[in-house]
Design a protein around this ligand. Structure first.
Ligand code: PRX
Length: 647
């Protein structure tokens, strides 16, 4: 039996949604989704209100996902213009620098509006038109949000690339969507270390397939000297500052693209997940308001990076569409010391704090001291996202960080889902440590077995969603068939999440992790195939197989098995070189934690690598290898077990 933390009656008394309201509205949302979402759509400002709500079929022969498809709106108008009348002087973005000695910035809705308009005008002047793609490769600075919203204003489709990615990864993402313009900065700053963003862009643009880029706008951030290649490279301030502070917003159809965000899958290169304007914005704003029980005077802080979907939906679009104050943090949890998060909370009187289990676990390791040195009295609600949170970390978060006062919302969702699908509503749903609990309005989760049979009651299976919700991705950019094949083929008529999940006797959902070849490292998705192809691109590597293994802090770590080209000698120097090679090819987040030489890999007679066996060896569970008799050469397994890292 698991622990239950019942809804706090004091919290519920002031909450937007209580138990009865959730039960009633959830039922209504699945009984008559058209009526429910038509009503919900009124939370947005439309140039032309939609008369149609949903046009959806997950059937392969008749596939379509369309929401509000005769409506017209602009996302930046919803995030900015409509706030001006009542919230013009309210802080929209509260920026906290990497270095606590640098003064924080308070950017009001009025100022943010002006800055977005200036950049929108500048982009238009540089020839960016509705539908063009713009790549954003920026650190966590205000310009990142300005850039996203300026694209939205003129109907350009932004593709934010996480600042930790290496030139190759930037180039892949730029060429896949044929970006016309890149917005970057001289350098980023994280934990006191400089990140050479502009130099990375320069290196990326030397790679094939990137010649669609006409302009690189460079924000001056650290004032480092960088190479400027004229006329391609332009200083952001020189181009943007002279522009007028009003910019006519583009009228976008609800189904016009808002952004592309690349994410790793189990095969091939990262997919360009495409989200559209109306459904996405509605879903991001509604979930943000309901799950975080948002109030007008909240200071809301999500610690994600804008390079990931959490930053899109819950730093920028959701909070700003709701007129909230959203804190944007440039730094890392352990700089200058392990108390930084809690100091920032005290400094800005943060009321809602949303972070990832990996950060909690890393901070937990440092003990209570750095937390207890701070007050945190302003906090009223905590959130978790990105990976399963182990009950031990949950309790530490609840008791030590939240002083047993603040509910925790464990929010399960994905880049593909646009917003939170399964999560407690803090005034309505009792908490169980480690469970994302129950679905949001309109979301219909189900569990299926390997054959696609729906499973009833308390059980475990693969998590599917049986009907659409407005924030659902609409396609893989440039490859609609890949979208259908990836998500709708395994279990016909249903969206397959790629996650395994348990449902308990109360109907609560417990996500157990990915069931495909995706590794979740510190809440970041890494495809094993990407790491393998980076390894194999090294001239001395013949073959590589990569699997995840349980890691105390990161959730999962990366374990690589490498077979060298005949005649190449195994050495510690080469091992280090290969790890560095992966960092250089993809970025530091994909660095293997362990690399093991594998003279041979376990393969079936048809040549397929048996990853199940490699996973068990990496997990140090050689007694669970299962049947190895179908292998072409069963003896390779013994040798791998014997030479396992640390064995
Ligand atoms: O495995 C699930 C895990 O993260 C995956 C989605 O990763 P990404 O698209 O990068 O988005 C992360 C931020 C939404 C999911 O398939 N995941 C995310 N949130 C949770 C989670 N696993 C368990 N509990 C969560 N709260």
């Amino acid at each position: 039996m698991s622990d239950i933390y019942p809804v706090d009656p004091d919290f519920a008394a002031h909450a937007r949604i209580d138990r009865a309201a959730y039960a009633r509205d959830y039922q209504a949302s699945v009984r008559d989704p058209d009526a429910f979402w038509a009503q919900a759509a009124q939370r947005l400002d439309w140039f032309r209100a939609p008369t149609r709500v949903r046009d959806v079929s997950f059937a392969l022969e008749d596939f379509r996902i369309r929401w509000f498809d005769d409506g017209e709106l602009n996302a930046s108008v919803n995030c900015l213009d409509r706030q001006l009348a009542t919230r013009g002087d309210k802080t929209a973005l509260l920026w906290e620098a990497d270095d606590p000695g640098t003064a924080p910035k308070h950017v009001s809705y009025r100022e943010l509006h002006a800055r977005v308009c200036r950049l929108g005008n500048a982009l238009r002047a540089l020839g960016v038109e509705k539908g063009d793609r713009v790549t954003i490769y920026l650190p966590m600075i205000v310009e990142a949000a300005v850039a996203m919203l300026a694209c939205a204003r003129i109907g350009a489709v932004h593709s934010v690339v996480f600042g930790g990615f290496a030139p190759n990864s930037i180039a892949d993402r730029v060429s896949d969507c044929a970006s016309k313009l890149i917005i970057t900065a001289d350098e980023g700053l994280r934990g006191g270390r400089k990140v050479p963003l502009k130099a990375n862009v320069d290196a990326a643009l030397k790679l094939p397939g990137t010649d669609t880029v006409e302009t690189v706008l460079v924000v001056r951030h650290t004032d480092a000297t960088v190479d400027m290649q004229m006329p391609r490279d332009r200083w952001y301030d020189a181009v943007v500052d002279p522009q007028p502070a009003e910019c006519e917003p583009e009228r976008m159809n609800a189904e016009d693209p808002l952004f592309i965000l690349y994410t790793s899958g189990s095969t091939g290169k990262p997919k360009g997940v495409l989200h559209t304007t109306g459904g996405y914005l509605l879903y991001a704003s509604y979930t943000h308001e309901a799950v975080f029980d948002l109030r007008e005077d909240d200071v809301y802080w999500c610690t994600a990076d804008v390079g990931w979907v959490t930053g899109h939906s819950y730093i920028v679009y959701g909070p700003l569409a709701n007129g909230a104050t959203s804190l944007m943090f440039e730094g890392v949890p352990n700089y200058p010391d392990f108390s930084r998060f809690w100091q920032v909370i005290d400094r800005h009187k943060v009321t809602i704090f949303y972070t990832a289990p990996t950060a909690i676990r890393a901070l937990m390791r440092e003990g209570e001291g750095p937390v207890k040195a701070t007050s945190r009295a302003s906090l009223r609600l905590l959130g978790s996202v990105g990976e399963p949170i182990n009950p031990e970390a949950w309790r530490w978060y609840y008791e030590v960080v939240g002083d047993s006062r603040c509910p925790i919302v464990d929010t399960w969702w994905q880049t593909e889902t646009g917003g939170i699908l399964i999560s407690p509503l803090p005034g309505a749903i009792d908490l169980k440590p480690g469970s994302a609990t129950l679905p949001f309005y309109g979301v219909q989760p189900a569990l299926v077995d390997a054959n696609g049979q729906l499973l009833e009651g308390a059980t475990e299976g693969n998590l599917v969603i049986t009907d659409s919700w407005p924030g659902q991705m609409r396609t893989v950019y440039g490859d609609h068939q890949r979208f259908i094949d990836t998500y709708f083929k395994a279990y016909p008529g249903m969206y397959f999440t790629g996650d395994g999940c348990r449902r308990d006797e109360d109907g609560y959902y417990w996500i157990t992790g990915r069931v495909d070849d995706v590794i979740n490292v510190s809440g970041h998705r890494i495809g094993t195939a990407e790491v393998e192809s980076a390894l194999v691109s090294h001239p001395k590597v013949a073959e590589a197989a990569v699997v995840g293994f349980p890691h105390d802090i990161k959730g999962q770590g990366i374990y690589a098995y490498v077979t060298l080209v005949a005649g190449e000698a195994e050495s510690d120097a080469l091992l280090k070189e290969l790890v560095a090679h992966v960092r250089k090819e993809i970025g530091p987040i994909a660095s293997p934690d362990f690399l093991q030489w594998a003279p041979g890999l376990p393969k079936t007679r048809s040549g397929k690598i048996m990853r199940r066996i490699l996973r068990k060896i990496a997990e140090n569970a050689p007694d669970q290898l299962g049947d190895t008799s179908t292998l072409a050469d069963p003896s390779v397994v013994d040798s791998l077990v014997k030479h396992r890292h640390g064995a």
